[in-house]
Design a protein around this ligand. Structure first.
Ligand code: CP
Ligand code: NVA
Length: 298
């Protein structure tokens, strides 16, 4: 039984296979001749808001021949305290696979263990593996291999998206610089676990110098709303803008996982100038997740 629970646990060879297959799914989207989910019902169980992830999985499952059922986690008994492992044992007897967006990483892992069906992490507080797979696919499309390149993550370096980038760096051989105030840098044990070439710094210009990719995410991740004022204050200035971009390589890409807050983590001008790349990332969620779905069931 295969699951995609994190990039930390996903071997580099499987990442490569998923990325290769995603290119084929994108190129041959109109054919719809590959139907590995024919006759299957997949549940999307989300405890947090979503636009891209929800729509790309709903479309992706259907394009692969399956059907979807969306469950707002707060509207099922889980939201009233039914344990994850009981929910998993119920759903696992009825469905063929699950895509889960929640808070605690342990909950996705517990669901996978007790449901007995392929389970995909659609974002937890710890990781957002599908996003980073789509981002790397986008980088490769626009600039070729990512190995040996310099990726600079700007902003909340301790968030789920930054963390999945860290595990990708260790496996795919690129340099990752995290530019964040000390309080929002990733914990040392996670940096160590990721391996690879990762540097954390609060010197934003130094982190951007010569970068091939500048990447950012929201300052206030879902679930951190009570820290909003503190985060706005601490992260103020950790913004991708025209001035910062000048320090990167002349052909540097700018990416954002979205949703974007203009004037906070990115300025409006830089966002619009790089919209082509940013919305390609969003589109590639569909293609890469079809490859993930095919990978977990094969
Ligand atoms: N980037 C991303 O996962 O977007 P959603 O929260 O809209 O799914
Ligand atoms: N770090 C963000 C990603 C949103 C797609 C969050 O968790 O809210």
């Amino acid at each position: 039984m295969k699951h995609l629970l994190s990039l930390e646990k996903l071997p580099g060879a499987d990442i490569e296979k998923i990325l290769r297959d995603a290119v084929v799914y994108k190129r041959e989207r109109a054919r719809r001749d590959k139907q590995p989910l024919a006759g299957q019902v997949w549940v999307l169980m989300f405890s947090k808001s979503s636009t891209r992830t929800r729509v790309s999985f709903e479309v992706g499952v259907r394009e692969l021949g399956g059907q979807t059922m969306f469950l707002n986690a707060n509207e099922i008994q889980l939201g009233r305290g039914e344990p994850v492992k009981d929910t998993a044992r119920v759903l696992g007897r009825m469905i063929d696979g699950a895509v889960i967006r929640t808070f605690t990483q342990a909950d996705v892992e517990e669901f996978a263990e007790f449901s007995g069906v392929p389970t995909i992490n659609a974002l937890t507080d710890d990781e957002h593996p599908c996003q980073i797979l789509a981002d790397i696919m986008t980088f490769r499309e626009q600039r070729g291999p990512i190995a040996g390149k310099v990726v600079t993550f700007v902003g909340d370096g301790a968030c789920n998206v930054a963390r999945s980038w860290m595990f990708a760096a260790g496996k795919l051989g690129f340099e990752l610089r995290i530019a964040a105030p000390k309080k929002f840098q990733p914990p040392a044990d996670v940096v160590k676990r990721a391996g690879g070439r990762i540097t954390c710094m609060d010197d934003l210009p130094a982190a951007a110098k010569g970068a091939d990719l500048l990447y950012t995410d929201v300052w206030v991740s879902m679930g951190k709303e009570t820290e909003s004022a503190e985060r706005q204050k601490a992260l103020n200035g950790y913004q991708i803008n025209q001035k910062l971009l000048k320090l990167a390589k002349p052909d540097a890409l700018v990416m954002h996982c979205l949703p974007a807050y203009r004037g906070k983590e990115i300025d409006a001008e830089t966002f619009e100038a790089n919209a082509n790349t940013i919305f390609a990332q969003a589109e590639n969620r569909l293609h890469v997740q079809k490859a993930v779905l095919n990978w977990v069931v094969s």
